[in-house]
Design a protein around this ligand. Structure first.
Ligand code: ATP
Ligand code: MG
Length: 579
């Protein structure tokens, strides 16, 4: 490829619409252009990187025996109605009608359609197991498309679905995908972590997320360096507090009511009473499937709604309105507390909250709180469970060591679905005895385009992108510094053609531009290897081979350049390849 011909319009200025490095660099390096909010065109360089990530993903899927298929983006509402997701999916789904008024959608994911396809074709245990995958465009009308292709409304995903006869089979399929994912992200050159995750709307039991550690990540993670436990904060378990041992020496002051006029917030109450937020218990009133419930956590903790939902086993959970709070507690917002509340509504207490001594709680009366409240003496709960968010610094739920925190970008997700979709859609098989069973499923996604952005997020400097060899749009650039010097052009042309012959993906910067411009573009686009043909060494028949990553330079004889560059390419590809 000749730079003079290449469709890669680079930008000098940082585009104002982009606030993270990968988005800025993808625009500046001419990889992508926005069409409308959250929808991008991939220009030549962007497209090449996407294809390289896809190729790695294909190789690793195929290696595990998964079979590639390609399903349509356009799907009928009918199959989504059968699983109830036509209503549940909400406004993230792009919906449309055909000319006959039939409702359709642009697929945000493909569980329904693949399950129906398998249902119609698979009858017997002899046809199982199967893992089917596709690399295909997904449509999601995200509330906040942002960070360029990291969270866009049209994006490329690899989605795989496994079909097994039993849970042991599912475990094996899951293992295969897990291994494939580790290999994919190693080969892409990103620093990833596997964390336990919340199943969310897709349902199912066990699931893991593959996260690229990054400051710009939307997910908060905790992990334990001592035992390897790692989880998304949405899901991370809190360590069970030690049983409280009653201190018999201690003289209890007992519970008493105090006046806290107009003090509704934790800061106001704890400031006034001169106590730590951890001794104040927050009582939050929710409405779970239409019924009010109270949830109690320590004042310095955040309630985790996903955990509360799971503990209650409810479908819908939302914070109660001030009217509901007043009706169930008898006091306005800010003064609700657990004492006496259980006679009216169900109480769920975070297990950590139940070991707080002499707690401060709302009095269920206007402008009043209670101090000296004890769990088991002054109030109890219907359920004591883990319902709070874990934070860095907490004890590891497995080994007790201190948890560290980080932020991460979710690039892949593995789910054990079980029979959620096969039961809803009637995908069954007959066993050896002719008995019918629902097929056991798993689903496995990788955000191809998000992975591209994550690679850049991890591999860049102030001047531009520093591609890992495996996903670089081109592996090397040849730069004659002065195109009016025929000796430089001739040497550069010779090197370029030999590189191509040796199978190196090379670009010839044949533009009649100043060296400064060529260097700037090469840095920005991030070709891993640069071959600089300049006046300084040409007299000795040598050129400079330099590395974008660290700027190291070696002088190489013109006739040896292609072999040397190919060697570097192969060495770097091999270093990224897992055993
Ligand atoms: P998120 O929590 O980030 O919204 P998700 O749970 O909705 O992700 P999945 O449905 O599991 O994502 O999709 C599989 C993969 O597709 C994700 O791991 C991610 O890499 C990618 N992905 C999801 N949504 C987007 C998006 N809007 N833009 C780009 N990639 C996405
Ligand atoms: Mg999402």
């Amino acid at each position: 490829m000749r730079m003079s011909q290449m469709f890669a319009p680079t930008l000098r200025e940082v585009p104002s619409e982009a606030d993270i490095p990968s988005h800025q660099l993808m625009l500046r390096a001419g990889m992508v252009r926005k069409t409308v909010s959250g929808v991008y065109s991939y220009l030549h360089l962007g497209c090449r990187v996407v294809r390289k990530v896809e190729k790695i993903v294909r190789e690793e899927m195929d290696r595990q025996g998964a079979q590639e298929v390609l399903m349509p983006a356009i799907q009928s509402a009918d199959i989504w109605r059968e699983t109830g997701r036509w209503d549940d999916y909400g406004s993230e789904m792009f919906r449309l009608k055909d000319r006959n008024g039939r409702e359709m959608c642009l697929g945000p994911t493909h569980e329904e359609i693949i399950t129906v396809t398998v249902r119609d074709e698979i009858r017997s245990y002899r046809q199982l197991p199967k893992i089917l995958y596709q690399i295909q465009t997904k449509y999601r009308d995200e509330i906040r498309p942002r960070f360029g292709v990291m969270r866009s409304r049209e994006f490329i995903m690899k989605d795989a679905y496994s079909f097994d006869r039993d849970n042991e089979g599912l475990d094996r399929s899951y293992e295969k995908m897990y291994e494939a994912y580790c290999r994919v992200f190693s080969r892409c050159g990103v620093d990833y972590r596997v964390v336990e995750a919340d199943a969310g709307a897709i349902g199912g039991s066990q699931n893991h997320e593959f996260m690229v550690v990054s400051e710009v990540g939307e997910d908060a993670l905790v992990f334990c360096d001592a035992c390897g436990y790692a989880a998304n904060v949405e899901r991370a378990e809190s360590a069970k507090p030690a049983e409280r041992v009653a201190d018999t020496e201690k003289v209890r002051t007992g519970i008493r009511k105090i006046s806290t006029p107009g003090m509704r917030t934790i800061e106001e109450v704890t400031g006034y009473l001169k106590v730590e937020p951890r001794v104040l218990l927050k009582t939050l009133v929710y409405v779970a499937d239409g019924t009010p419930v109270a949830a109690i956590v320590r004042g310095d903790r955040d309630l985790n709604e996903a955990k509360l939902k799971r503990v209650l086993g409810c479908r819908e959970l939302e914070l109660a309105t001030p009217e509901v709070i007043e009706r169930v507690s008898g006091a306005p917002v800010g003064f609700t507390g657990p004492v006496g509340l259980r006679e009216r509504i169900k109480i769920v207490a975070d297990w950590e909250a139940t070991v707080v001594e002499d707690a401060v709680v709302g009095a269920n009366a206007v402008d009043a709180h209670l101090v000296g409240a004890e769990y088991g003496v002054d109030y109890t709960a219907d359920i004591v469970a883990d319902i709070r968010n874990v934070v860095a610094g907490d004890a590891c739920p497995r080994c007790g060591a201190e948890l560290c925190g980080a932020r991460g970008v979710e690039v892949g997700h593995l789910f054990k679905l079980g029979t959620k979709y096969s039961s809803a859609l009637g995908a069954k098989y007959l066993d050896e005895g002719g008995v019918e069973h629902p097929i056991i499923m798993g689903c496995y996604g990788i955000g191809i385009t998000r992975t591209v952005a994550s690679v850049i997020e991890e591999h860049h400097d102030d001047d531009g992108i520093i591609w890992p060899m495996s996903v670089a749009p081109y592996q090397a650039v040849v730069m004659p510094l002065n195109t009016s010097e025929s000796a430089q052009v001739e040497a550069a042309e010779r090197i370029y053609s030999e590189l191509c012959k040796h199978g190196v993906e090379a670009v010839m910067d044949d533009r009649d531009e100043r060296p400064g411009v060529k260097f700037k573009d090469a840095d920005l686009i991030g070709f891993p290897i640069r071959v600089i043909v300049g006046p300084k060494h040409l007299g000795d028949g040598e050129v400079e081979v330099s590395m974008r990553r660290d700027g190291t330079v070696e002088l190489v004889k013109i006739e040896n350049v292609a072999v040397r560059v190919k060697e570097i390419v192969d060495r770097e590809l091999a270093a990224l390849m897992p055993e």
